[in-house]
Write a protein that binds this ligand. Structure first.
Ligand code: SF4
Length: 313
């Protein structure tokens, strides 16, 4: 039976922005719905500033949300202070590890705080997870600055997994790494997902990585999910003009759109969202009704939907 891990319903997140004494609202996440089942990797893709990291931070309660619901393992997270079964891997592994602590202590800490394990049980758990992520036991007595970027991200992954979380949020986990190291970390995540049946919400702007790793993909634009589906549906049967433009910019996904689509028109500010379709100012197919009415989700298949009037023409 499919086990639902995460169910986000009609989520809105706004930030307040103060400029020259005036307070305005930044609409970071605008009515997002998504579901994630056990053992799946759902990738959320989009340009910088589209709201994908804010969405992850709202799920793990690092930022408050204004309205909507987040159900984790069937429970509304608004009534819970901290959800230890959700863990996060951040973009910059150096900034996310305490430079004054040895790796052994960094990995022990979550178990000391959240479990009743004895010290020897904790140490053996640390050795076990270190081995799974490819860090040898001798290195556990070192400090974060003594590792390379790729090794530091392995340590950050180990720390995220040591409590055996039901959900891992990975926010651009390879974008701060050298290209040669990125592949190792992506392969590590894929292996861990398969061996531990991990459920991962994978935030990334890198569609090549997403194509390799994800089971499903959600495309986000100005805080909305404009298209979502199985990875093959998004890469080979996409319907939204924004998805098409994003994919056209990926080098060497050799069997799809060969000609790059350069979007003209201004990216609207998240402070003053346009009426109608939020993509209309940049859309090469914009029609008059796109400026006036908001397109609804149109179902293309049981697993694929798109938010665009073109799909119903
Ligand atoms: Fe373009 Fe209109 Fe579709 Fe929006 S609804 S993506 S403006 S065609």
């Amino acid at each position: 039976m499919v086990e639902n891990i995460l169910d986000v319903q009609n989520l809105y997140v706004e930030y307040k922005n103060m400029h020259q004494g005036k307070v305005s609202k930044i609409h970071a996440v605008n009515g997002v719905d998504l579901k994630l089942n056990k053992g799946e990797i759902l990738a959320v893709a989009g340009e910088s500033g589209c709201g994908k990291s804010t969405l992850a931070k709202a799920i793990i309660k690092l930022v408050p949300y204004n309205s909507g619901k987040i159900f984790f393992l069937g429970k509304d997270i608004s009534s819970q202070k901290f959800v230890k079964e959700i863990q996060m891997i951040f973009q910059n592994p150096y900034a996310s590890l305490n430079p004054k602590m040895k790796i052994l202590d960094i990995l022990k800490e979550p178990l000391k705080i959240n479990t009743d394990f004895s010290d020897s049980q904790i140490t053996s758990k640390v050795f076990e997870i270190a081995q799974k992520v490819g860090i040898d036991e001798k290195s556990l007595s070192l400090y974060p600055h003594e590792f390379s970027g790729g090794q530091r991200q392995r340590i950050a992954i180990a720390r995220a997994l040591i409590l055996n979380p039901a959900l891992v949020l990975a926010d651009e986990p390879v974008s701060a790494l050298d290209v040669s190291i990125q592949a190792q970390i992506i392969n590590l995540l894929k292996d861990l997902k398969d061996s531990l049946n991990l459920t991962i919400l994978f935030i990334s702007h890198d569609l090549s990585v997403i194509k390799y790793l994800a089971d499903r993909v959600a495309i986000m634009y100005l805080g909305e999910i404009v298209e979502a589906g199985l990875t093959d549906e998004i890469f080979y049967n996409h319907k939204h003009p924004y998805t098409k433009a994003l994919l056209s910019a990926v080098p060497k996904i050799n069997d799809i759109d060969k000609q790059r689509i350069i979007l003209s028109g201004d990216l609207p500010s998240a402070e003053n969202l346009p009426s109608g379709c939020k993509f209309y100012s940049r859309c090469p197919y914009c029609m008059s009704k796109c400026r006036e009415s908001v397109p609804n989700n149109v179902r293309i298949s049981d697993t694929h939907f798109v938010k665009c009037f073109l799909s119903v023409i």
